[in-house]
Design a protein around this ligand. Sequence first.
Ligand SMILES: NC(=O)c1ccc[n+]([C@@H]2O[C@H](COP(=O)([O-])OP(=O)(O)OC[C@H]3O[C@@H](n4cnc5c(N)ncnc54)[C@H](OP(=O)(O)O)[C@@H]3O)[C@@H](O)[C@H]2O)c1
Length: 353
Amino acid sequence: MSLALQQAQKSLGNTKQNPAVGCVIVRKDHIITSGFTQKGGRPHAESNAINLCKSNLNNSELYVTLEPCSHYGKTSPCTNKIIKKKIKKVFFSIKDPDPRSFNKSTKQFKKSKIKVKIGILDSEVKKFYRSYYKFKQELLPYVSGKIAISKDLYTYNSKNKWITNELSRGRAHLLRSYHDCVLTSYNTVKKDNPELTCRILGLESKSPTRIILDKHLNLSTSSNIVKSSYKYKTIIFFINSNKKKINILKKHKIKLIKAKTNVDGNFDLENVLIKIKSLGFARVLVESGVNLITGFLKRNLFDIFHIFISSNKIGKNGSLSFKKNMQLFFKNKKSTYSKVNLLGDKLHSYELK
Ligand SMILES: NC(=O)c1ccc[n+]([C@@H]2O[C@H](COP(=O)([O-])OP(=O)(O)OC[C@H]3O[C@@H](n4cnc5c(N)ncnc54)[C@H](OP(=O)(O)O)[C@@H]3O)[C@@H](O)[C@H]2O)c1
């Protein structure tokens, strides 16, 4: 099951509203095939493992992180495929919260004399499926926040584009690969001109959809975001603009969504997230400057928050301090916490809910 979970991790953030599932099939203590959910959610892990196997699956044992689906959707049920292949035992870690499959597979397997065992590694697997549970059961999607700060807590350095080291920045790209969309502000795009893609060799295809909050559609057509919008999906939430700019951006294959404002005239962040979820995105990474991050923190919208802390101070070249947030939000907040060393820099991650 641990190996199946490793398979599932390969597709986390790349299956949209579908769960990222891992599957390993074993015969006489030898692994004969494995699979994971493919990009966009199909084929499913079990189907993928079965299809990849060149040998006969009679009397084998199948380990899968989530209960196999038993309903007809865009594909036929995995339970049927498992039964047809005469697999002898099925081990799944947790039941699928999707009502179309919840608790239905065991009956079908037992009818076909397939033994079933549930619950191996269930607490670890449940944790892994936090975003999937949230997608199925709540109004908002799973939201991660990320910020990079200097040792003296600044988020901006007037003399250097980068605050943290290369290893931290690589890790931030890895974070992008685990999310199906990344959200930022027009301010950050204007000042940093980012691409917001995952540029780790071999993981480029796991780049998230880019989502920009841009009140008046001021985004420049010479920005890296617009220049790469044919290759990487891009969505802009806006409040008002003129037809001409709307048409120009649409020609660049950018999806435009008119959004609601809150009483301050700013984007209503809850509403933006609800809309993002309705588009099928389950895991959102917010990567912006301190002001938009504060907007999310104040509304308690993050499920997890990652702070990359540099080992260097910026001093007089630093601005846009994160200090108030540190004091306000993390001091007495109930959260589980983990820390990773990154060649001097540190990554602190807080699970906030
Ligand atoms: N250290 C890091 O990790 C990091 C990451 C990204 C950027 N940065 C730096 O941060 C700087 C930009 O920071 P920033 O504070 O100006 O920009 P920001 O935090 O990225 O975005 C702030 C803007 O977001 C918009 N916004 C929309 N709805 C909001 C809401 N409900 N609450 C709060 N803001 C909302 C506002 O735009 P309107 O003004 O149009 O209302 C606001 O001005 C850049 O210099 C960049 O280099 C640092």
